[in-house]
Write a new protein. Structure first.
Lengths: 212, 212
DNA sequence: CGCGACTTTGAATCAACTCAATGTGAGTGG
DNA sequence: CCACTCACATTGAGTTGATTCAAAGTCGCG
């Protein structure tokens, strides 16, 4: 993990939020530039992470380079506990990202804090299995947009911090197919593309009914 | 949940294994006939389960009936904690199945025991995302067979307690495609079908290299 | 302004699907 | 014990939705 740990320099004040993870001492924030690695498959896991700003992708690779992104993590969300002792996945900053690192001190029991996070992640993953296993391209993109909207407070306008490639690798589609579906939804008046990374959901109901 | 709780009748002796989940009192075994429901989506969750014998499928449905099986659970495996307070999934016995039920007594903290199980389930689900998102039919079936073999002690001969339909709904394929892939693997001499529910893995290495 | 990376669009291909027919095997009752 | 049945599985033929390959378009940034 290579990042600029600046908490003691730029952020000497202890923010309120991380206090929710209790006993651990002051948690430093690490900065990751766009595309940089937060942790790698095979690395030993000794921490979990909370996104302060920016966005993170967690993924696995096949030997021939095929990639499956298993989750995106936006500001406020927590990740990195998917492993017992060793990471089975890669985590990368999508954009310039700040991450609060919670190191798991040996002997400290965090299962209380971690269990709800793990269960939430499990439910998320299992719901995504349904999308990948049984939904077509339009349904997948619709499910993705609805999910992103909900996680951004249910606003009509949503930010997509990731590229079409990332979206494709999350939804099990090619970038071309993702692009074609965006175009089709745009033509139907379901969404509007304000720019490449910003979508307005015009017909929430139509989008929701695609996911079933 | 409708099952025959017979532990006090047929199994008065306390087996050794469940003692690993500690403080709870004697855990009854429930019997579920083939196809019966163990819990349903929307039911409130207040227990987790360990398969004693038989096999279980956990799945979700779309409104139009499409089904995605997110996991199979064989003898010795634990499931049912995928929810905070409410189940998001259905669980059914595939065959005649015995399940040890661990009720979560209010006030009792099981996070210690549950966290490793949740993490294992999370890792499993995320690995399955890669299969569904990025692998073709042959690779999916190969991954499935390897997984089943490992979970049955790495033996050459493996039992498939589930139907082709179940396998298809787990792998995001149709029964026809599953059947065609089995035939192709058989023709290549990679596997042998002793009967519908029993497979012998002849070329372990070939099968393993398909999954990448 | 011009470069480079990303995205969109188009045309042809292909893997998996649908629909349909046939095959198989476990369980039942005559 | 055998014939019958029914559910499940396999095989075949034709279709289709997503992919691949290729070209054109767009955006951000130095």
């Amino acid at each position: 993990m290579h990042a600029y740990e600046t908490s003691r320099i730029a952020l000497p004040l202890k923010p309120a939020q991380p206090a929710s993870y209790g006993s651990a001492p002051l948690q430093p924030i690490s900065f990751f530039p766009a595309g940089s690695e937060i942790y790698a498959q095979g690395e030993k896991a000794g921490a979990f992470y909370q996104v302060e700003f920016g966005a993170v992708r967690v993924y696995r690779l096949l030997a021939d380079g095929r990639r499956q992104i298993s989750a995106f993590h936006l500001a406020g969300e927590t990740f990195g506990f998917e492993a017992g002792t060793t990471h089975h996945f890669f985590a990368e900053a999508i954009n310039a990202t700040g991450v609060r690192v919670f190191r798991l001190a040996a002997g400290t029991d965090m299962s209380h804090q971690l269990l709800p996070l793990a269960l939430k992640g499990l439910t998320r993953a299992q719901e995504h299995l349904l999308v990948l296993g049984r939904q077509n391209a339009i349904e997948r993109v619709a499910a993705f947009l609805i999910d992103m909207a909900e996680r951004q407070g249910g606003l009509r306008q949503i930010e997509l911090p990731m590229s079409r490639m990332d979206i494709g690798d999350y939804l099990g589609l090619t970038i071309e197919t993702v692009s074609r579906v965006f175009t089709k939804l745009k033509e139907k008046g379901v969404i509007r593309l304000l720019n490449l990374r910003c979508v307005e959901i015009v017909k929430q109901d139509v989008l929701s009914n695609m996911g079933e």
